[in-house]
Design a binder for this molecule. Structure first.
Ligand SMILES: Cc1cc2nc3c(=O)[nH]c(=O)nc-3n(C[C@H](O)[C@H](O)[C@H](O)COP(=O)(O)OP(=O)(O)OC[C@H]3O[C@@H](n4cnc5c(N)ncnc54)[C@H](O)[C@@H]3O)c2cc1C
Length: 423
């Protein structure tokens, strides 16, 4: 049997982390096959990062396409691991030299209240489907989850993403309330100036347009919000400064976007009326070091028109891939190696636990390099093994109507942009 000194690595998820690993390997002569569940490989850049970050979105999406548009990268769109390709088949029958899972974190951490998820769509939604919809609500061809943004929404959260949810809700409800008065202001303008200044320009108050505003509830203090990093080796003075910055940021956002911020309250029970979620019972907390301590007997209710939960994202389960609790079963958290599999690695959001572009990119590069080094001591694939992989790849590409021209494909599938509609 003849052999060629070549390896082929499968990568699932072609966004920030997956594209980075693909570029690293392809530059060094290793072929990759990048399977992506959606037509376009943009992940949270397209469906998470709020649409008002136009420059960042466009820059990151261009980078992803540039990285995947390499002769050593074979892109397979609209192909979902766990549905269109099964993990066990992949490991047993495809013969890839290594398998990288850059599939992100698309499952919202559930609110720890028994039975509350029965009210999804009946007053409750989570941050991932919310932004997936909010970023594309203006697109007539959009077919994903939907949501009605209403005034007096309660948001449970604490990270940067929960602030984005509060901003989005205030932008949309301000726009809708102004429209009722015959005043039409584009969402981009509301985001830039903030609802407070927009209302001032029109000599109106929140009350005059009938807006209560949304409420963001966090179980810790504003100064504990992970919205500015604090280095592990920071001294007392540095920690103090970072906390002051955090407090100022929250105060400014509340003033500019007109939402309410409630700290030191954790959700403990649901309030249901007419078979809809109509509020949450909270318990007051105190913070001691890293610990959140519920205060005995200190309960209060916040009633609301709707609830959006934004308390973190964890990986979606994929048929056949071992899990430990809410994460994949990882043997080594630094390398992202999957327990029980020598040549299967997780990268980016799927394993870092951090929703950050730079962290995903750095980890994608790190794992790409690690796999390249490992493959040097691994026997290359035979010509027959390679041909068999490429036969399967071509068959799947044909099934999904992809002809190998990534630039043309990306242009054809570019979503409708709100900035073009509002311009
Ligand atoms: C509201 C919000 C605001 C944010 N703001 C910022 C910010 O200001 N700055 C910043 O740095 N970061 C921000 N982030 C985080 C940042 O967008 C992400 O951390 C980063 O884009 C993640 O990249 P990734 O490649 O690791 O994962 P993802 O982008 O999730 O990519 C995973 C890819 O895998 C695909 N996939 C998933 N499952 C499968 C499967 N079974 N088979 C095949 N393909 C699959 C997905 O379609 C996706 O393309 C924000 C995120 C959110 C939600």
């Amino acid at each position: 049997m003849s052999s060629s000194p070549e390896h082929i690595v499968a990568i699932f998820g072609g966004a920030v982390a997956g594209a980075e690993a693909a570029e690293h390997l392809s530059r060094l002569g290793i072929k990759t096959v990048v399977f992506e569940q959606n037509p376009l490989p943009f992940g949270k850049i397209e469906d998470g990062l709020p649409f008002w970050h136009i420059k960042l979105r466009d820059k990151e999406e261009e980078k992803i396409i540039e990285k995947l548009n390499h002769p050593n990268v074979h892109f397979v769109p609209s192909t979902r691991l766990g549905n269109d390709v099964q993990f066990n088949d992949l490991v047993e029958k495809w013969n890839f030299s290594a398998i990288l899972l850059a599939t992100g974190a698309w499952r919202d951490r559930p609110i720890p209240i028994d039975g509350i998820d029965a009210y999804i769509g009946k007053g409750l939604t989570y941050q991932n489907p919310f932004f997936q919809w909010f970023n594309h609500a203006h697109d007539a061809n959009y077919s994903g989850p939907t949501w009605d943004v209403v005034d007096d929404t309660l948001i449970i959260g604490g990270g940067l993403a929960s602030i984005d949810v509060a901003k989005a809700v205030m932008m949309q409800t301000t726009k809708d309330a102004l429209s009722q008065k015959g005043i039409h202001v584009p969402l981009f303008e509301i985001e830039k100036k903030g609802p407070a200044d927009i209302l001032a320009e029109h000599k109106l108050t929140k009350e005059e347009i009938g807006l209560k505003g949304c409420t963001l509830v966090y179980r810790r203090h504003a100064i504990n919000m992970p919205i500015t990093p604090i280095p592990e080796d920071a001294d007392e003075r540095r920690i103090q400064k970072a906390m002051e910055v955090r407090q100022r940021m929250i105060d400014n956002l509340v003033e500019k976007f007109l939402f309410k911020f409630v700290e030191c309250h954790m959700p403990v029970d649901k309030i249901i009326s007419d078979d809809r979620l109509s509020g949450i019972v909270f318990q007051k907390t105190k913070i001691e070091g890293d610990r959140v301590i519920p205060l005995e007997g200190e309960f209060s209710e916040i009633r609301s028109a709707a609830v959006i939960s934004s308390i973190g994202s964890v990986p979606e389960m994929i048929n056949g891939i071992p899990m430990k609790g809410s994460t994949f079963a990882v043997a080594d958290w630094e390398t992202g190696q999957l327990e029980g599999y020598d040549n299967v690695y997780l990268l980016g959001n799927a394993v870092t636990g951090q929703g950050n572009i730079k962290v995903s990119r750095t980890h994608g590069n790190f794992v790409g390099n690690l796999v390249r080094e490992k493959l040097q001591s691994q026997p290359p694939l035979t010509t027959e093994q390679m041909a068999s992989i490429f036969d399967k790849v071509k068959t799947r590409q044909a099934e999904v109507g992809y002809d190998g021209d990534l630039l043309h494909w990306a242009t054809k599938h570019t979503p409708v942009r709100l900035e073009n509609l509002e311009a």
